[in-house]
Design a protein around this ligand. Structure first.
Ligand code: NAD
Length: 503
């Protein structure tokens, strides 16, 4: 260990410029770029851009490993995935520190990610061996007619920076359990963490899970590759569209989880303290860099002033600082992300937004990509309410009725999640039935469950992760019919004369 440094700091340096190929860290031969800690602006390592030859070699290895994996029994695959989960859980403090140093989120959140990802592996280890297709009532007496579920082959997993271990885990657990190999292309901002996480995977057949790092070009080459067979993408809408277009050329199945712009409705029956605390968590968790962040608040006029005051107090009480300290909010993942959020706030103010708190860099953090939790009063037509902000912003709009709140909530190109706080059951039922999103949370923001499918509508994407539905994203059906003996079929030639036209 280098004096004055933690072991994880050394690990980050050791993982620099590496790829994870055939269960080993190997030096990448492509160009390198520095990796910065967004809390301190210090260089913590380097990222390599995988070359075309490295990608081709990884794909060839993945296809070989996939055949070995699929030749094993379902029980042996499940046992191996449980062992991976155990190791991910034991590694979680190490990978947590890596993640906080690499993208800034508080250690509590990055430590949680390793365990949450392991939970998806445990779930899919069991679900996948529970069934591998089904037997249909035969259309011909005495025969066996069934659908067999088979793996697609090699899956390309492209993940963003905000929950890199969790989102890789959701994709990879289902894909591996279904019998596939996985090549992951992590975000440029969190590649060293994903590389470190691979210590949990070296008991699987060599090449079954591999990491190739780099930017959009690396992702595109993997998606377009003639020997990859399915794509799981989580990220922004423009990148998702590029990936979906490329995959469509070869009719590759795609799972697309793209941006969100989730509404958060607060009605008069909501207990204000719980609603304001839930709102602060939904808006500011991970510095607002959550696909299901509450991005648009629609608050009923009867409680508007009191809710605004309570949320503003919540935002002011949050401790902003280095994610390795006792804080609630870390920096944004990069200066580029903070610059983007600053432009969104400047535009909102130009359109007439009133700043209740935040809207600035914290004076006590002169370095890093910090931004204060921000509460703004806005009108429904402001730009800030139209797209995804992906930052620590809570723009609040007054509404006069549930009808108005639901209409505004649905007036969006995106459709991931939606929240409503109410203790009026009829309002909750209306929200569940009328919101045009893939997820509705009633009084319980941002939660998920391995056993229930997660995903969105509209430009947010297509397909589902988690649940039994998530497994089927990575399987194809094969129709199989078996006659017990090889007998001639009365339907065959020659046709009897009595069936001719006019008989
Ligand atoms: P991003 O789209 O910039 O990058 C995501 C990944 O795609 C990265 O690995 C990136 O290198 C890669 N990529 C970018 N362009 C590509 C291309 N043309 N071809 C192939 N790969 C490409 O997203 P980000 O900034 O890392 O993450 C934030 C976005 O992710 C937000 O929009 C957020 O809403 C979304 N997200 C969605 C979900 C969900 O479940 N719906 C979950 C988390 C994050």
């Amino acid at each position: 260990m280098t004096p004055g440094r933690t072991p994880v700091q050394d690990t980050l340096v050791q993982r620099s410029g590496k790829l994870w190929i055939a269960n080993e860290y190997v030096d990448g031969s492509g160009p390198r770029t520095p990796v910065l800690n967004p809390a301190t602006d210090e260089t913590i390592g380097e990222l390599t851009q995988a070359t075309a030859a490295e990608i081709d070699a990884a794909v060839a290895l993945a296809n070989r490993a996939q055949r070995e994996w699929w030749s094993m029994s379902a029980l042996d695959r499940a046992t191996a995935l449980h062992l991976v989960a155990d190791r991910m859980s034991s590694l979680s403090r190490t990978t947590g520190e890596c993640l906080t140093r690499e993208m800034g989120k508080p250690f509590r959140e990055s430590n949680w990610e390793g365990g949450a990802s392991a939970s998806a592996f445990r779930y899919y280890a069991e679900i996948a061996r529970h069934e591998q297709g089904r037997v249909a009532g035969p259309a011909i007496a005495g025969q066996l007619h069934m659908v067999l579920k088979e793996p697609l082959g090699t899956i390309v997993s492209i993940v963003p920076f905000n929950f890199p271990m969790l989102l890789f885990g959701w994709q990879a657990a289902a894909a591996l359990a279904a019998g596939n190999a996985v090549i992951v292309k992590p975000s440029e901002l969190t590649s060293l963490t994903i590389l470190t996480l691979m210590e949990a995977f070296d008991l699987l057949p060599a090449g079954l899970v591999q990491v190739v790092t780099g930017g959009a070009e690396v992702g595109q080459r993997l998606v377009a590759h003639e020997r990859t067979h399915g794509v799981a993408f989580t990220g922004s809408v423009p990148a998702a569209q590029a990936v979906a277009r490329s995959a469509a050329e070869r009719f590759k199945p795609t799972l697309i989880e793209a941006s969100g712009n989730d509404p958060f409705i607060v009605m008069p029956t909501a207990p204000l303290d719980a609603a304001a605390r839930g709102a602060a968590f939904a808006a500011f968790l991970n510095c607002g860099q959550v696909c299901t962040s509450a991005e648009r608040f629609y608050v009923h006029a009867d409680i508007y002033d009191r809710f605004l005051e309570a949320l503003t107090q919540q935002a002011k009480s949050l401790r902003v600082g280095n994610g390795l300290g006792a804080v609630d909010i870390g920096p944004m993942a990069s200066h580029r992300e903070r610059d983007r959020v600053e432009r969104i706030v400047a535009r909102a103010v130009e359109q007439g937004a009133i700043v209740r708190t935040g809207a600035r860099r914290p004076p006590h953090e002169p370095r890093g990509a910090f931004y204060e939790p921000t509460v703004l009063e806005v009108r429904a037509h402001f730009d800030i309410m139209r797209g995804e902000c992906f930052g620590p912003l809570a723009p609040i709009c007054r509404v006069d009725s549930l009808d108005e709140a639901l209409a505004l909530a649905n007036d969006s190109q995106l459709g991931l999640g939606a929240n409503i706080y109410t203790e009026d059951l009829s309002e909750a039922f209306r929200a569940i039935n009328e919101l045009e999103t893939g997820i509705v949370w009633v009084n319980t923001p941002l939660n998920d469950n391995d056993a229930i499918p997660f995903g969105g509508r509209k430009f947010t994407g297509a397909g589902r992760e988690l649940g039994a539905e998530g497994l089927d994203q990575f399987r194809r059906s094969k129709m199989v019919m078996i006659a017990p003996t090889a007998q001639p079929d009365p339907e065959w030639f020659p046709y009897p004369d009595r069936d001719a036209f006019g008989q």
